[in-house]
Design a protein around this ligand. Structure first.
Ligand SMILES: C[S@@+](CC[C@H](N)C(=O)[O-])C[C@H]1O[C@@H](n2cnc3c(N)ncnc32)[C@H](O)[C@@H]1O
Length: 255
C-alpha cells in the first residue's frame, strides 16, 4: 500500500495560477538547467500540470512524466500536442515501471512530502535508482520544517488572492494541524471562486510529511544510491541555519 491521494479537480484547475507566481522564481530555472545538462532521457516524477515539463519539452528535452493524479494530468494533456501524450503515464513514483532508463530523474516541488511512510520513501528511491542509467542522477526537494509553524500551525491564512481568466476573484485559505510525532502537517486548502455567477467553495485536506536533515541523510544512505549531497537552496548553496529547502542530489555509480 502507498499513500497516494488524488489532487482534486478544482485544485488542479487553479494550480498554475497559484504556483507559477509562488514557485517558479524559486526552482524553475534550477530544474530546467539540470534538464538541459542531461545527456539522455529525463523523467519528471510527480509531473503535475507540467509547470516545468512543458517548458522542457518546448526546449527539446526528451522528457517523460508520471503522476498519480488524473486531474493534474488532465491539465497537462491539454497543454501538449496529442502526439506527445505517450510521454505521460499515471503511475506512482513509489512503484512506477517504464521500459526505459533515464540520465536524470527529478521530483520537483515536494513530491516526496506526499510519500508518508518510510517504507514507501525507501521504495521510491530504489525504484528511481533502477530506472537510472549508470552515472545517472535523481534530484528531489523537500521543505525545511519551520518550527514556529510546526508548533502553531496556520489558522485561516489567506495565501493566495488573484483574478481568474474571467476577472473573477480566486482565494485560497490555508489551515494546518501539525503532528510532530507523525511528522505530518494535516493541511486544509479552501478554494473560493466564482462559477457562472455563483460563489463556489471547496476544501481539500491532505497530509504533508516533513523531514529533518539527518533523516533525509539516513534515508538516502539506506537506499541503493552510492552517493548524495544535500543543498540548502536552488543555487547549490550549503545547508545553513537559514535554509528553507532541502535539495537532495543522489548519484548512481557509473559502473
Ligand atoms: C506540488 S505538485 C508538483 C508538481 C510539479 N512537479 C511541479 O513542480 O509543479 C506534487 C505532485 O506530485 C504528485 N504526486 C503525489 N503523490 C505522488 C506519487 N506517489 N507518485 C507520483 N506523483 C505523485 C501530485 O499528484 C502532484 O501533481
Amino acid at each position: 500500500m502507498n499513500d497516494n491521494r488524488e489532487y482534486p479537480k478544482h485544485f488542479a484547475r487553479f494550480y498554475d495560477s497559484i504556483y507559477i507566481g509562488m514557485r517558479d522564481p524559486a526552482d524553475k530555472e534550477y530544474y530546467l538547467q539540470q534538464i538541459r545538462h542531461a545527456n539522455g532521457k529525463v523523467l519528471e516524477a510527480g509531473v503535475g500540470t507540467g509547470r516545468l515539463f512543458k517548458t522542457a519539452l518546448i526546449e527539446g528535452a526528451d522528457i517523460y512524466g508520471v503522476d498519480t493524479s488524473s486531474s493534474m494530468l488532465a491539465e497537462l494533456y491539454d497543454k501538449i500536442e496529442p502526439d506527445e501524450h505517450y510521454r505521460i503515464s499515471r503511475q506512482s513514483i513509489v512503484d512506477f515501471h517504464l521500459d526505459v532508463n533515464f540520465d536524470l530523474v527529478i521530483a520537483p516541488f515536494r513530491v516526496i512530502s506526499h510519500i508518508i511512510r518510510k517504507e514507501d520513501q525507501l521504495k521510491t528511491l530504489n525504484n528511481v535508482y533502477h530506472h537510472l542509467t549508470p552515472g545517472g542522477t535523481f534530484i528531489f526537494d523537500a521543505f525545511v520544517p519551520d518550527l514556529k509553524y510546526i508548533i502553531k500551525g496556520f489558522e485561516n491564512f489567506v495565501d493566495f488572492e488573484d483574478e481568474d481568466e474571467f476577472g473573477h476573484k480566486v482565494t485560497r485559505t490555508v489551515t494546518t494541524r501539525p503532528n510532530l510525532m507523525e511528522q505530518i502537517i494535516e493541511t486544509d486548502f479552501e478554494l473560493q471562486w466564482i462559477d457562472k455567477g455563483k460563489t463556489k467553495k471547496e476544501h481539500w485536506t491532505f497530509p504533508l510529511r516533513f523531514f529533518f536533515r539527518y533523516e533525509l541523510e539516513h534515508l538516502v544512505e539506506r537506499s541503493l544510491f552510492e552517493s548524495h549531497r544535500i543543498f540548502g537552496d536552488f543555487h547549490d548553496g550549503p545547508l545553513t541555519r537559514g535554509s528553507k529547502e532541502f535539495v537532495v542530489v543522489c548519484r548512481k555509480n557509473k559502473a
